[in-house]
Write a protein that binds this ligand. Structure first.
Ligand code: NDP
Length: 256
């Protein structure tokens, strides 16, 4: 039992439930107000942090939790180790490489959205990692199941799409510029937010392997958050560029 007088699994169940409820509440909220950073940020959101520093610190908890559990929980079944490694690999890239590669002079990060992001990364980092490390039960035969193979494939293909698309976006600006251009190439031929599409594919693969409510709650949150952000991005491209490709969707090729 912990400070709340409930067992850790009960705490994780509550946290999963709360993540689902918050995702549902966020659907109308984020449709009305775009997640306030980058092109939807600006001075009206109050004080800001340098983007590189902000991204590094806000994402760190999501990297630290899986690493901590990989290190401290002994004799974990192989499937659980693979799942924790997937979290650690994704967030290693996001915590260390993504901010390092960001151009100097990127839009500053509002402290407000930094606070929301670090709260989510701590909350969800603990929820996913602790559930996998201590409670998720899998038969080792799962490693040879098509669901596992498909999940791993989706995760790494999604990650490649995400990294490749962020690379394309980074190279749209000359040093010191803070303008928006139409991205082309790769999955941008199909969607306005190819980086977010990659992210959705990644967490769908992860959820497919986990086959658990905490992973589903995470996927729902990602879908709502990036679904809304891509909808706002897509609308801003159409409003800004008369020649914006007509067949391009916001997030999911041919669908949304
Ligand atoms: P954006 O696509 O909004 O921006 C990514 C970077 O590219 C920013 O530096 C942005 O500059 C720049 N950029 C974007 N579009 C253009 C353009 N048309 N022309 C020139 N520069 C452009 O992504 P986010 O910042 O929201 O996210 C960054 C990464 O984090 C992504 O890989 C995303 O998938 C991931 N992420 C994951 C979430 C999750 O729930 N799992 C949540 C949020 C992000 P500027 O900042 O100045 O707009």
């Amino acid at each position: 039992h912990n400070l709340l007088g409930i067992t850790e699994i009960q705490l994780l169940e509550w946290m999963t439930f709360i993540e689902i409820i918050i995702s549902v509440i966020l659907i109308p909220t984020l449709k009305a107000i775009a997640p306030p950073y980058g092109r939807h940020g600006g001075s009206k959101w109050g004080p800001t942090l340098p983007a590189k520093l902000g991204w590094f610190v806000q994402e760190l908890p999501s990297f630290a939790f899986p690493v901590w559990y990989l290190y401290y929980v002994n004799a974990m079944p192989r499937v659980n180790v693979v799942l924790l490694m997937m979290l650690a690999i994704h967030y290693f890239q996001r915590t260390f490489f993504y901010p390092a590669l960001m151009k100097r002079g990127s839009s500053p990060l509002p402290v407000f959205s930094f606070t929301l992001a670090i709260t989510f990364c701590t909350y969800n980092g603990y929820l996913q990692s602790c559930f996998i490390a201590k409670f998720a039960k899998y038969d080792n035969g799962v490693l040879f199941h098509p669901r596992f193979t498909l999940g791993i494939l989706m995760f790494f293909v999604g990650m490649l799409i995400n990294i490749h698309s962020d690379h394309i976006l980074r190279n749209l600006r000359k040093p010191g510029e803070l303008i928006y251009r139409i991205p082309n190439g790769g999955m941008f031929e199909y969607v306005s937010c190819a980086n977010f599409f990659g992210e959705v594919v990644e967490w769908s693969g992860y959820a497919l392997i986990c086959w658990s409510l905490p992973a589903l709650a995470f996927l729902l949150f990602v879908l709502v958050n990036l679904g809304a952000r891509s909808w706002h991005h897509h609308r801003s491209y159409i409003a800004k560029f008369e020649d914006y490709p007509k067949n391009r969707k916001a997030l999911i090729p041919f669908i949304f």
